[in-house]
Design a protein around this ligand. Structure first.
Ligand code: C2E
Ligand code: CA
Ligand code: CA
Ligand code: CA
Length: 278
């Protein structure tokens, strides 16, 4: 409740739960941050297991909060999703990624493709491909330098808008990746029909690699089915040399995780590129 001198007033309604009030203030804060341009994009590299070289990167959004410092998506993505603010936030991320790609090119760096996380809500709204196409044009960046990461449930959504959006993204020439693979209910056959290029296998499967043969058998099955269907496999959340050597044995294509690097600001990427990786 707030007091304003003599004419005191209360804006708490007795039926408004505390959680609703919390939600509203979190929504307000995220909206303000979007308008105030407080979001920044960090980049986490992925490496080819065979080549040992950086193959691509993932764009991960952070909130540079004026008082609280750097905040991770766990603190704001759910609010953004629930309120539809994710659409505007997603556009900001796409814009910043394209601007960064153009900056790296100007610096003469050998630029790797960057994947962008696209939430189910954004895919439903259906402006991702047109927004991305406009940004690519404006910054003079090739479509092959941008990839999109989608959740299983979003990709197998059979609604007409989503099907059209996926079609438009493919026509634009961006790769489609399925994020957190193995945690949803899609089948590899479905994903193959939808022209998915890359499976990002969830960290849970990476963790299971070194806790018994069952985890290895599962991962092996994913790799062999994916390669039979011409899809690439990325292992997420690789943290130990044991996991890496197991993934090498299983012929996994690419790896990403804290063993190699966390997500770093755009201006720290040049140093990562110069460093021999695996
Ligand atoms: P995600 O897409 O599965 O991203 C991977 C998350 O795992 C990232 O967390 C990354 O920092 C973290 N990670 C990477 N390697 C390791 C590792 O070796 N060990 C562990 N424990 N974690 C690792 P982050 O950046 O906090 O992002 C969390 C989630 O927020 C992402 O999960 C993604 O779903 C969402 N997100 C991030 N950026 C965006 C965005 O721009 N748009 C949308 N819609 N969602 C985003
Ligand atoms: Ca992701
Ligand atoms: Ca569209
Ligand atoms: Ca993931």
């Amino acid at each position: 409740a707030k007091s304003a001198g003599k004419g005191r007033y209360h804006f708490y309604h007795p039926n408004l739960s505390e959680s609703l009030i919390t939600r509203l203030s979190r929504e307000h804060a995220v909206r303000h941050a979007v308008e105030n341009d407080e979001f920044v994009v960090y980049f986490q590299p992925r490496y080819g297991v065979q080549s040992g070289r950086m193959s691509s990167m993932e764009a991960l959004v952070r909130w540079q909060h004026p008082e609280r410092g750097l905040l991770y998506p766990g603190e704001f993505i759910d609010v953004a999703e629930d309120t539809g603010l994710i659409v505007r936030l997603g556009e900001l991320v796409i814009e910043k990624v394209c601007a960064q790609l153009a900056a790296w090119k100007r610096m003469g760096l050998h630029v790797s493709p960057v994947s962008v996380n696209v939430s189910p809500h954004q895919l439903k709204v259906g402006n991702v491909s047109s927004y991305l196409a406009a940004c690519l044009r404006r910054h003079d960046v090739e479509a092959r330098l941008v990839e999109v990461e989608l959740t299983e449930s979003a990709v197998i959504d059979q609604s007409r808008g989503v099907i059209r959006e996926l079609q438009e993204l493919r026509e634009l020439g961006v790769k489609l990746m399925v994020d957190d693979f193995g945690t949803g209910h899609s089948s590899l056959a479905q994903l193959h029909r939808l022209d998915v290029d890359v499976l990002k296998v969830d960290k849970a499967f990476t963790d299971a690699l070194t806790s018994g043969t069952e985890g290895q058998v599962l991962f092996q099955a994913i790799v062999s089915m994916a390669s039979a269907l011409d899809m690439c496999v990325v292992a997420e959340g690789v943290e130990t040399p044991e996991q890496l050597s197991m993934l090498r044995k299983l012929n996994c294509d690419e790896v990403q995780g804290f063993l190699f690097s966390p997500a770093v600001p755009g201006d720290a990427v040049a140093a990562l590129m110069a460093r021999p990786a695996l």
